[in-house]
Ligand binder design. Sequence first.
Ligand SMILES: [Zn+2]
Length: 431
Amino acid sequence: MNISSRQSPDHAPEHKNLDRETVASLPKVVLHDHLDGGLRPRTVIDLAADCGYDSLPTTDPGALGRWFVDAADSGSLEKYLETFAHTCAVMQTRRALHRVAREAVEDLAADGVVYAELRFAPEQHQEQGLGLREVVEAVVEGVREGEKTAALAGRTIRARVILCAMRHADRSGEIADLLVEYRKEAAREKRGYVVGFDIAGAEDGFPPSCCSGAFATLRRELVPFTIHAGEAAGIGSLEGAVREGTWRIGHGARLYEDFTADLESGIEPGHVSSFVRDRQIILELAPTSNIQTGVVDDLADHPLPLLQQLGFACTVNTDNRLVSGTTMTDEMMLLVDTFGYGVGELFELTATAIGGAFIPEPERREIMETLIVPGWDALTGETTETTRRTATGEADGEPSPTLTPAGDLEGIDPQLLAELGIDPGDLFPGN
Ligand SMILES: [Zn+2]
């Protein structure tokens, strides 16, 4: 997929002021969503009762949901990590893992997500004796069931799984080997639910090189991976991730640390960030989470719009739906309300996300053509043939200038179009 990450230009007035209902109805893609950070509060309480876990701060679902968000908001890393101690404590049986995975898929589907990659660290679910494979199988079965129950509710979603290794735990080689085995089996049996690898947990003090053996295995076996970087640690961690050959970066918000700015040339990415931009390494940004973990003080300071303007391959994600009290619709609405994002920018984020998914290209294309583009067509009321062609790289040999629905190109400075080599007549044949 020929994904351009050029920021989309101004939008036609009717596309401004996207409301929540509209954004909720749009087909969305999430690449970065932690299974253990996205449980329903009610489920945490039920599972705690099932397994005799009595350390929850409350057993009222509403109050528990608020407690998770407040704890994550507190600015205390201890409190933030405590939230995951509770969720992981109740996810120690096949039944519990199956339920959490199924509900995650159902909840994402209900939010209009049509493709999701859910991630979790199998090693964190072995306290009651489950083997790594049992953990993964329970989650995969839950995901498959979630796809089916979502379909019964009239929602189409495809969900896949990323296996994380915890940076501090020294088991990344084992998890990478497990993933490689799964990928080989999946290729034989044509059922690829486990699609990629990630390292999670404390970034500061555990640079990507802590897991270099795992990354070497994955590179050798041609299995894609992403790396949490540029969140709790800065440009050094990002450089480490790039050096490991990462396909995507979990967050990457702190790429701006090697930017320079002057009056003549404006803002210029530095050595590491230029590489990330030029290679179009996908950034899995999650604005609410980035505020909670102190990457930025408030949303208005979030670098996502700047990164998108500078040509980075940006996506927007939930990270932890329970802990951040968020959904994909919420994250997109934050961008609409704070930065005036319109349909063009949101479509670009979505197209970049599906382009960076760890599934095979024909599947990405199918999702783009059968789910995403029709949904945006329904919004704009226009034929987004241009959108489809540019997003899928079928630009009749011409450059793919932007990913915005055609209507959003109206009103662009004709000189800019000329510089880009675009004939407005091609885009708006009726004009
Ligand atoms: Zn994350």
